[in-house]
Design a protein around this ligand. Structure first.
Ligand SMILES: Cc1cc2nc3c(=O)[nH]c(=O)nc-3n(C[C@H](O)[C@H](O)[C@H](O)COP(=O)(O)OP(=O)(O)OC[C@H]3O[C@@H](n4cnc5c(N)ncnc54)[C@H](O)[C@@H]3O)c2cc1C
Length: 604
């Protein structure tokens, strides 16, 4: 089993040398306290918590899983104590307002925290992670009384939160939600219905759980325009321990993240309170969706990082045959796996995904900070502008990075050969845990449709691609005559042109054939992911090259490794983008022509 070690060098490289968070924090209304010393102290403390307390529970939590007995859900051994340590450290309120007991620091610090917690133990990270969704919703849409009642306890972490959207008949298409909300004379509502797949729906980590539930009022219009949002606590405030008609009916038996309690939740005339305007529940729910989805995008890099931390030492220890260019360890019985080209390919791919993905997320984290500034400064235009910038990045990060994280986990397993498939080394657990990331918080298919259909074509008619690809163009033009960076500059120029060409072509075809958006969307998403990752690898290469020339905070081998990984990404991974470009432009016919009844002639 890999022993998690926080990748602090890489995090510091991005935070200090690539993205200059120190200057960025100076521009934020809540950035004053985020000094380099403070950031360093936070990273160090988090690393200690994650390495010593949370990571050691990763494998045992998977083996033991959660249990439901007599209506009570318990988490695996050690989770409660670890959660208490997390709460005692004040970690839940890191980026939440001081008036509710939080530390009010920029959102990006919370994303660094999510990455570390999640890499150490994704199942554990789900409990505080889901709570953040509930906290954000109440903070933005709750009235003053709701904020006072719930936010202090949620910010402390002594209460937890959930997001209850999915029902048996619908996960993506929430317009089909059936859960009912009946108004009561005292202004509250009786909530009745069943929600499935609810992460952290019930557990023993906190004294109360605050569910944010999508439900329908009696006179609500059909579809998405008739859904409202409710706060439904497990126990009503002041009545801890008294049944409020909220119960976990069963725990889902699932492939991975077994220490995360995924619950069927039954609401039986449970008392709830409307949050936000009636019938605008979905809009309220989606307000913070971008940052929630970036949290899930972290899962891609989390699993790539952990898988790499497992497969790298194994590739150095395990011996098999001799290197093609001659013996590397002549005194040993055979050479280590790391000397074989195909094993190096798999290792470098994991490294490129983890570090390239981390750069993408940290960049987006600055956008998230700017978006929050809009709220803190009561500047709606600013909020909307940054939310929209973030809105373009989100489906790419969530869709591309979770797919690539799964690929990295599979590569790590492959490095172990047959030993990757058995439990002992922990690789199969990482693969199982990584799989869910492409499904929840909007499947990859839905991210792809959101990107191409909504963000690129409908909302901006390609402007968001033009705007982002300008960064690639600028880099390309600036470094085209630079001997070392020239190959990257040249490729970025080509990609920027191709990305815009793809967008325009798809837009033209889709104007006549609407199926084009659906058939092209996955390839377009993956192409966009490669394009974005290429930019961030070029940026890292430039900074590494400059630091090698003029001196940086890290040893020279660190910067040389960055350059080598950038070269690997550009030469061995980026060519896959071409296949996606070709696929995206193919006419819809080959995908759409087969009639549903002709997909098989032997079975239904
Ligand atoms: C472990 C786990 C934890 C979860 N946690 C939560 C939680 O905390 N709260 C919560 O509310 N939900 C949660 N979910 C539910 C999750 O968000 C949904 O499963 C997910 O949104 C997909 O919905 P679905 O399963 O109903 O699939 P469906 O919506 O039925 O989709 C099935 C397939 O069809 C595709 N598809 C659907 N519609 C379209 C379309 N219009 N165009 C193209 N393709 C389409 C999808 O991409 C997918 O591949 C969780 C699920 C799991 C497994």
């Amino acid at each position: 089993m890999p022993t998690y070690k926080a990748p602090l060098r890489d995090m510091r490289f991005l935070i200090n040398e690539v993205f200059d968070f120190e200057s960025h924090y100076k521009t934020l209304p809540n950035g004053e306290d985020a000094t380099p010393d403070m950031v360093e102290a936070i990273l160090g403390e988090l690393a200690r918590l994650c390495e010593n307390t949370i990571a050691p529970l990763y494998q045992s939590g998977d083996e033991e899983g959660c249990k439901l007995e007599d209506g009570v859900v318990t988490t695996p051994k050690g989770y409660k104590e670890a959660y208490q340590e997390y709460v005692a450290g004040g970690w839940q309120g890191l980026s939440h307002p001081a008036e509710f007991g939080g530390q009010g620091l920029p959102m990006s610090l919370n994303l660094f925290k999510q990455e570390m917690l999640g890499t150490a133990n994704w199942s554990f990270a789900m409990y505080p992670g889901l709570s953040l969704g509930a906290m954000n919703t109440i903070q933005l849409h709750g009235d003053e009384e709701q904020k006072q009642t719930y936010l202090t306890r949620l910010t402390e972490g002594t209460w937890a939160g959930t997001m209850c959207l999915t029902e048996p008949q619908c996960g993506t298409d929430l317009g089909q939600v059936k859960t009912k909300a009946e108004p009561q004379d005292n202004g509250s509502y009786k909530i009745t219905g069943t929600k499935i797949f609810i992460s952290s729906g019930d557990h023993d980590l906190t004294e109360n759980i605050v569910h944010i539930v999508l439900a329908r009022l009696p006179d609500a219009p059909k579809g998405t325009k008739g859904i409202s949002l409710f706060i439904v606590p497990k126990y009503l405030p002041g009545k801890i321990g008294e049944d409020n008609g909220v119960a976990c009916g069963s725990l889902e038996k699932k492939m991975g993240i077994k220490a995360s309690a995924t619950c069927v939740m039954n609401f039986d005339q449970a008392t709830g309170f409307l949050i936000g305007p009636a019938n605008q529940g979905l809009e309220c729910m989606f307000t913070f969706m971008n940052s929630a989805r970036i949290g899930t995008a972290c899962q891609g890099i989390a699993h790539a990082e952990l898988a790499y931390q497992g497969s790298l030492p194994y590739a150095k220890e395990r011996r098999s045959m001799r290197a093609l260019s001659g013996k590397k360890d002549p005194d040993a019985v055979a050479d280590a796996l790391i000397h074989h080209g195909d094993v190096r390919r798999m290792l470098l791919k994991q490294k490129a995904i983890a570090e390239g993905g981390r750069a993408m997320i940290y960049f987006a984290a600055q956008y998230a900070d700017n978006m929050i500034s809009g709220i803190l400064e009561d500047d709606k235009d600013k909020y909307d502008r940054w939310d929209s910038e973030l809105g373009f990045l989100t489906p790419i990060l969530k869709g591309f990075l979770t797919e690539k994280g799964l690929e990295a986990a599979n590569d790590a397993m492959q490095v172990f050969g047959g030993h990757g498939y058995i439990k002992e080394h922990g690789m199969e657990q990482i693969v199982r845990d990584a799989r869910i990331a492409t499904l929840y918080e909007g499947t990859t298919g839905i991210q792809a449709l959101d990107l191409l259909g909504r963000k690129v074509l409908l909302s901006s008619r390609g402007k968001c691609v033009r705007d982002f690809s300008k960064k690639l163009l600028d880099f390309g033009r600036k470094h085209l005559t630079d001997g070392e960076l020239r190959p990257y500059a040249w490729k970025l120029l080509k990609i920027a042109a191709e990305w815009n060409y793809l967008t325009t072509r798809i837009m033209l075809v889709a104007a006549k054939d609407r199926e084009m958006v659906g058939t092209a969307s996955h390839d377009f998403l993956m192409y966009s992911g490669y394009a974005m990752m290429a930019y961030f690898w070029a940026l890292q290469a430039k900074v590494a090259r400059d630091k090698l020339a003029h001196g940086g905070n890290e040893p020279k081998e660190f910067y040389q490794a960055k350059l080598a990984t950038a070269e690997f990404f550009f030469e061995r991974m980026l060519p896959a983008a071409k296949g996606h470009a070709d696929g995206a432009l193919k006419p819809t016919k080959s995908t759409m022509q087969l009639a549903p009844e002709h997909f098989s002639f032997d079975y239904e």
